[in-house]
Design a protein around this ligand. Structure first.
Ligand SMILES: Cc1cc2nc3c(=O)[nH]c(=O)nc-3n(C[C@H](O)[C@H](O)[C@H](O)COP(=O)(O)O)c2cc1C
Length: 300
């Protein structure tokens, strides 16, 4: 197989594939931890300062070819998270943390806890659509920047800002978080969606509106990658609807330097291995030796 190493700004990844937050649990409790050997990193489920109970059931539902969820970032809080976590260096993959919070100060406390736990990078989840208050920092460049600025002051680790495809102007938000100290952006989190159950004649999930993921969101996230890559010089992680090696290549050509696999893990926990093989096949046929050479290749 080819050398799959890529550079995400100053971060060297042994593989372009990253496991997306919330789709592989706390990483160590993923069904088959060994499947992580083909990943460049795995992002643990988002964690807050205090425990968050999450929403009541039903919290996930298939909707068309995708998945709707309103988990509500159920998590035990950063202290409990740390005590339940094995030594991260014992896992077969570099682990990134993902921080959420109700205000910038809470994000900063979580980032400190994640850093102390030994994560290799911190994703700032600005884009969860499930908070009780309906807040989403990622919709507002100023609010998003204030969170990233607080996290920047709390850790020396690389910071990735995970943005929302629901933003009116994703470039404005990306520009603001980069100015506030984000080292890379993750494009993107779930798309707001709704499903109605015809038997109960009620919304399919308790949160009514939830986050939609899976193959139907790929063109939307790909558009976000394209717009930010065209406007800014910032490393981009593409995320949304990836099912195949060719999907990954599309993200690279649009401007990504790495990608995250999300809800595919529920259907195929070992998807990474197959997708890496498909990337290898495609690159061999095309005579590509370095994936990084593909980044942004579709921009004129
Ligand atoms: C059940 C579920 C839980 C998720 N939890 C989180 C989370 O805790 N933090 C986060 O940043 N994203 C979370 N996400 C979003 C994913 O990380 C990813 O951004 C999204 O699903 C789009 O990628 P996909 O289409 O490949 O699934 C979650 C997604 C799902 C389906």
């Amino acid at each position: 197989m080819m050398n799959f190493g890529v550079e995400l700004g100053t971060i060297e990844l042994r593989s372009p594939l990253i496991a997306a937050a919330g789709t592989v649990g706390s990483v160590h409790d993923f069904a088959d931890v060994d499947a992580f050997r083909v990943y460049g990193a795995a992002v643990a489920k988002s964690v807050s300062h205090e425990p968050w109970p999450g929403r009541s059931a039903p919290r996930m539902a298939p909707v068309g070819p995708g998945m709707l969820n309103s988990i509500g970032i159920q998590n035990p809080g950063i202290d409990e998270w740390r005590s339940g976590m094995p030594e991260l260096s014992s896992l077969p993959v570099p682990v990134w943390g993902s921080a959420v919070g109700a205000d910038p100060g809470e994000f900063a406390l979580v980032a400190k806890g994640l850093s102390a736990a030994g994560v290799r990078a911190v994703e700032v989840n600005l884009s969860c659509p499930n908070l009780e208050e309906g807040t989403m920092f990622a919709l507002n460049p100023t609010a998003a920047a204030s969170v990233v600025g607080a996290v920047r002051a709390a850790t020396d680790l690389p910071i990735g800002a995970k943005l929302s495809p629901n933003s009116e102007d994703i470039v404005a938000v990306a520009r603001a978080v980069v100015a506030a100290g984000a080292d890379f952006v993750v494009l993107a989190n779930t798309v707001w969606g709704l499903g109605i159950d015809l038997d109960t004649r009620q919304p399919k999930i308790s949160g009514i509106v939830g986050g939609y993921s899976g193959p139907p969101v790929k063109p939307i996230a790909l558009r976000c990658v394209w717009e930010v890559a065209a406007a800014l010089d910032v490393p981009i992680v593409g995320c949304g609807g990836i099912r195949s090696g060719e999907d990954v290549i599309e993200y690279f050509l649009a401007g990504a330097s790495a990608v995250e696999l999300g809800s595919i893990h529920f259907a195929e926990p070992r998807a990474g291995k197959r997708i890496l093989r498909e990337i290898d096949d495609w690159c061999r046929r095309q005579g590509i030796v370095s994936l990084g050479d593909l980044t942004g290749g579709a921009h004129g």
